[in-house]
Ligand binder design. Structure first.
Ligand code: ADP
Ligand code: MG
Length: 347
């Protein structure tokens, strides 16, 4: 069969289009895990690679959601049962690594980040599916739970075997686990040959590569739930973690109490609405965001120095901001928020 020139160029165009498709497209996959919505977006990938990667990620999230959360049947619950009974318990290398990272961050934050205060967190009712305590816990009860000074200094290791002399310790790695989970999600993507992707776990995210040849630009949510208050440029290999007092809370007599506690008082943090940290280590970003939220505006500068952060932003409950100069360079403010932040509350 002989084709005329018009047909030949049309076929050449089709072949070019086909190879462009083969070179990859952008895909997005959403699923529910870890009590939130997870979104994986990948750029310039083949569909089959993407499906296979997101299947692995979804399976990993389902498994780790059981292993590392307080009331699900997994290794964290087993560890807590053993600690309560004064028994040694063997954990996975991954959980040991997470607890050891938390030990470092507890020390960097002078105890503001503390994974050992699970009993106090339970007293406030935050582990219930619908957290609804009838009343603020009795201060004497809070004091009693903290009297033994629960902290990672009271944990000891023999290989992967953990034990604690303090049976009041209940581990809760909720303030750091998403960092490790995001890191592993990125490893799974890379193992599937996917280099340009964003894993977003309920607003905490890790960026690999670029978005169609440009740096990723993500919105920073306003604590009051309004439109994004700023856009943030995120480079390849960076993670963005936010701790907010608006995400999960209990309401008692019309007042909201956040799920993040100040370990020194055993009470929910009130002074700060949110903290966002950008770092190449998502585990550090996750823990630092929680620690800086507990520290509040007064300890912002000191904690930035201790954690050696280049990019951190804190919004206090009145809407005033504290931020590092590196963060200021990365942020593109939405105008109305900037005005509000500069003038402050009540003006
Ligand atoms: P997110 O809810 O976005 O994951 P965080 O990373 O700040 O926010 O984690 C909050 C969780 O950390 C709480 O639900 C609780 O499990 C745990 N937590 C609460 N207070 C502290 C604290 N002072 N130090 C470490 N972990 C904490
Ligand atoms: Mg955190």
């Amino acid at each position: 069969m002989r084709l005329n020139a018009g047909w030949r160029s049309a076929l050449t165009l089709l072949a070019l289009l086909a190879s462009a498709c083969d070179a990859g497209r952008d895909f997005r996959h959403d699923f529910v895990a870890l009590g939130t919505v997870v979104t994986v977006t990948a750029y310039g990938v083949r569909e089959q690679e993407f499906r296979s990667a997101t299947n692995s990620i979804e399976a990993y999230f389902a498994k780790i959601g059981n292993e590392w959360y307080v009331d699900t049947p997994g290794e964290l619950r087993r560890a807590n049962e053993a600690i309560a009974a004064g028994q040694p318990v063997k954990v996975s290398a991954a959980l040991k690594e997470l607890i050891e990272a938390a030990t470092v961050y507890e020390s960097l934050s002078d105890g503001l980040f503390n994974i050992c205060i699970g009993r106090t967190i339970r007293l406030w009712g935050f582990y219930a599916a619908t957290p609804q305590p009838a009343r603020v816990p009795d201060p004497a009860q809070i004091k009693a739970l903290l009297a033994s000074g629960p902290g990672t200094a009271q944990l000891s290791w023999d290989g992967l075997t953990l034990r604690s002399a303090n049976p009041d310790i209940r581990l809760d790695v909720g303030g750091i686990a998403k960092g490790a989970i995001a890191l592993n999600a990125n490893r799974i993507l890379r193992a599937h040959g996917i280099d340009n992707a964003i894993v977003n776990i309920g607003g905490d995210l890790a960026v690999a590569g670029q978005v169609n040849g440009r740096d990723a630009r993500i919105g920073i949510r306003a604590p009051d739930g309004g439109p994004p208050l700023a856009m943030l440029d995120v480079h390849s290999g960076e993670a963005v973690f936010t701790s907010g007092n608006y995400e999960r809370f209990v309401e008692i007599d019309g007042q909201r109490y956040t799920h993040i506690l100040d370990p020194t008082t055993g009470r929910p943090v009130e002074h700060t609405a949110s903290v966002t940290v950008v770092h190449t280590d998502p585990v550090l970003a996750d823990a630092a965001a929680t620690a800086l939220l507990v520290g509040g505006p007064e300890r912002f500068a000191a904690l930035v120095t201790r954690f050696e952060l280049r990019y951190a932003l804190l919004i206090d409950k009145g809407g005033d901001t504290s931020l590092t100069s590196g963060m200021a360079e990365r942020l593109h403010w939405a105008q109305p928020f900037q005005e509000r932040a500069v003038t402050g509350p009540g003006t």
